[in-house]
Write a protein that binds this ligand. Structure first.
Ligand code: HMG
Ligand code: MG
Length: 302
């Protein structure tokens, strides 16, 4: 089975990881998190999101986070932008990449962004156009691509339809997102094969939440279909406020450990990431959910 020799890890903990935290995380901690991540070698960090603070209060300090982080040359700093208001703020903040996020299931679209899939795609069109005109990278994220908390099964053709629309809008990258972590490897293979029949696999990422413990296996399955971009979160932080019961993204430490065993390059310093995961979990006053991170930390303490 062929697999990529190098993968790009997009570290999403500052956004997906923190957006779901009940306690408001101080801006200082967010800034330190982003800076520590870029120092550890991540080529792309999802730094925050420019969404309505009424909907997601945790991300209300987006502009401040962006203003205070130390820009590391070559790193792509991504932010979520659901509409033009978000885009204008993201542009002013100097984001390198903006993310439009739609769903493959109607019910989730309503709960998450308060409109139908068709309406959301209409709202994203001007954002996409403005990003292209400004020379800002554009990414399109497809939520509930492997299952929906409200609708259950999501037909693969619905995922492909959103992926194709995002490509037509000029997206540089497309995320196949398992919002609630219900996917299993064969399903992932089928979805990735269907999407990559229309989109260059080099532009497709896997964004897997680990709710059902399938995320590492799903990444392996996606690697086997030539996917070479994955979203991960230190200490397994994360979850969507509009996907009840869904836990965090796959833990970065676990993914790095697996990739190292597969001889796949990432350019990211595993030991530094273990430190960041432990620091962040301590800050949130709980144990992180990375098995590899906790194992290494326990070994160090022995
Ligand atoms: P709405 O209430 O339908 O829209 O929200 P609105 O245009 O009527 O705006 C309502 C208020 O929000 C107004 O303020 C706007 O100005 C303000 P008011 O006039 O009442 O004082 N507003 C904004 N403020 C700051 N920045 C903005 C912005 N837009 C409006 N960009 C909207 C529609 C999409 C804005 C709202 O539903 C929203 O922000 N939702 C947040 C959704 C979200 O962040 N979800 C989590 C991220 S997605 C995710 O986690 C999935 C992902 O990880 C992949 C996966 O795992 O599936 C990416
Ligand atoms: Mg997510």
């Amino acid at each position: 089975m062929s697999m990529p020799s190098r993968v790009k890890i997009v570290e999403v903990s500052p956004r997906d990881g923190l957006q779901n935290e009940k306690q408001i995380v101080p801006t200082d901690v967010k800034v330190e998190l982003v800076d520590r991540l870029t120092q550890a070698g991540f080529p792309n960090v999802e730094a925050t999101s420019f969404v309505s603070p009424k909907w997601v209060p945790q991300m209300a300090d987006a502009a401040e986070v962006m203003a205070r982080i130390q820009r590391r040359p070559g790193v792509v700093y991504s932010v979520l932008t659901p509409n033009m208001k978000g885009f204008d703020a993201a542009r002013a903040a100097g984001a390198d990449e903006v993310v439009i996020f739609g769903a493959a299931s109607e019910a989730f679209s309503q709960k998450n962004i308060n409109c139908s899939i068709a309406e959301s795609l209409e709202r994203f069109a001007p954002v996409a156009e403005a990003a292209k005109a400004a020379g800002i990278r554009l990414r399109g994220s497809i939520s509930t691509a492997l299952g929906c908390p409200y609708q259950g099964d999501v037909p693969i053709e619905d995922v492909v339809r959103v992926a194709r629309t995002f490509m037509d809008m000029g997206c540089d990258e497309i995320d196949v997102a398992d919002t609630i972590g219900v996917g299993t490897p064969q399903h992932v293979r089928n979805v990735m094969r269907a999407v990559t029949a229309h989109v260059d696999p080099a532009r497709v990422s896997g964004h897997f939440h680990d709710t059902y413990g399938q995320a590492l296996a799903n990444i392996l399955a996606a690697l086997e279909t030539d996917i070479a971009i994955f979203h991960t979160s230190v200490a397994g932080l994360g979850g969507c406020p509009y996907a009840k019961g869904a836990t965090g993204n796959v833990a970065t430490e676990d993914v790095l450990y697996m990739l190292r065993g597969l001889n796949i390059e990432t350019g990211v310093d595993f030991d530094a990431v273990v430190d960041i995961g432990q620091w962040m979990a301590a800050h949130l006053d709980r144990k992180g959910s990375s098995r590899a991170g906790n194992a290494v930390a326990a070994k160090r303490a022995a």
